[in-house]
Design a protein around this ligand. Sequence first.
Ligand code: MV4
Length: 455
Amino acid sequence: MFKKILIANRGEIALRVICACKDLGIRTVAVYSEADRYSLHVRFADEAVCIGPAKSALSYLHIPAVISAAEITNVEAIHPGYGFLSENADFAEVCRASQIVFIGPTPEVTRMMGLKQQARSAMKAHGVPILPGSEGILSGVDEALDVAGQIGYPVILKASAGGGGRGMRVVRAAEELPNAFNQAQQEAEGAFSCPDLYCEKFIERPRHIEFQMVADHHGNVEIFGERECSVQRRHQKLIEEAPSPVLSAEVRERTMAVLKKAFAAIGYRNAGTVEFLMDTDGSLHFIEVNARIQVEHPVTECITGVDLVKAQIRVAAGEKMPDILGGPVTFRGHSIECRINAEHPETFAPSPGRIQALNLPGGIGIRVDTAAYQEGVIPPYYDSLIAKLISYGQDRTEAIARMQRALDLFVVEGIHTSIPLHQRILSDPAFINAEIDTHYIQRFLEKTKKAVVED
Ligand code: MV4
C-alpha cells in the first residue's frame, strides 16, 4: 500500500479523499491556491503545498505546479478527485513519466472515453446497447442527411470531444440539418479545438441513469448498481438517488452483466461511471463514460456499504477486487443526495462570501460531505458546491422523510444556498411519486412560478 498520497483537488472531495487515506493509514499532502489558504483540506492533510494563485488555470489545473508539489513531498500517488485534472489524459501521462501512480484509468483509456464517438463504438463492439446513429465521425452534411434519413427524425448532433451538454444540436427535420451541422461544428471547434461530430436518434424526455464501476489491475470489474440523476438544471445535477425508483430488476441485471464483460475487455482500471438514457419504455441506451469518481458516489456507498474512494486507492496499489470487497456486492435500502450550492435558490446566481453561521444536520440516516465551516469563506473562483446532504433509509419514503428533516435542521447564514429549493422539491408530489426525467426541473420551476403569480 502507498505510504503517502497527494490530493490534486479542493473542497469537499479533497476532504473525502483525506478521510479515505486516514482510514487506510496513508499520509496525505494537500495542494492549495492562494484563495484556499484557510480551507479544511489544508488543515486536515499531513502536509500542504501552495501551488499558485486563485485562478484554477494557474493552480489546480497547472500540471507543472502539481507535479512539482508531488516531487518535493515525495508522494507515491496522486488522487485527482473530480473536475480539474481528473479526466486529463496528458496529466495522467506526465504522472506515469514521473513514476507517480495516477489514481484513475490509464491515459489511453481516459483519452478514448473523452472521444465520445470512440467510446460509443467500443461499447457497441462489446454488446452494450447504443442508440441508432452514425458509425463514426460524420464526413459532412451529406452523410449526416443520409444517416438521419435512415434512423428517422428527430436526431441529435453531438461533438465527439463534447460531453456535459456542450456542442449539441437537436434536428427535427432535414431542412434544419445543414445549419445545425455547421453551428454544432463551429461550436465544437471553438470549445474543444476539434470539429468532429456524430449523430444519434434523439430521445425526447429521457431519464438519466448511470452505473458505478470499479476495476482492478487483474481483470476484475465490479458494478455497484445504478444511480438516478434526472433532477438536473442546465446539465448541473441537483439531486441523485440510488437505486433508480423505476429500473426493472431484469434490465439492471442484464446491464450489469454486459458492463462487467465490456469493461474487462477494454482493460478499464479504477473507478468509472457509465451513463445511459432511459426511454419511456424502460430500456437503457449508452451515451458516455465518465472516467473518474463522481460527486454523487456517496448514494452508491450508502446502499452497498462499500467505500468507493478507498477501493480506488486499493486497486491503484495493485490489490485485487475480491480482497477489497470481501464478498459479493449487495444492495440494501435507498439513498438520496441533495447538492447544497452557494447560489440563490430562485435566480441561481452564485453567492460566494463568508459563512456567518452554520448548523450541519446529523442523526440516523444522514451523512454530510462538506469542507464548509462557520466563519469560512466560499471563494468566487470555483464551482458553487459547498455540501452534499445524503440521506438513507429502508426505502425511498424513509430516505425522503429523513432528507426533509435534515434540510429543516441545515442552517447556513451569510450566503444564499439551494437549501430552500431542495425543501420545495422534496415536498413536490411529482418528485415524491418519482415522476422525474431530464425536464423535471423546468416543469417544477414553471409550476411553482405560476403559483406565486396567481396568489
Ligand atoms: C441525448 C439526449 C437525447 N437523445 N442524446 C446531454 C448531456 C450529454 N451528456 C448528453 N445529453 C443528452 N443526450 C440523445 N440521443 C438528451 C440529452 C440531455 C440530457 C441528458 C442527461 C441529463 C440531462 C439532459 C438534459 C438535456 C439533454
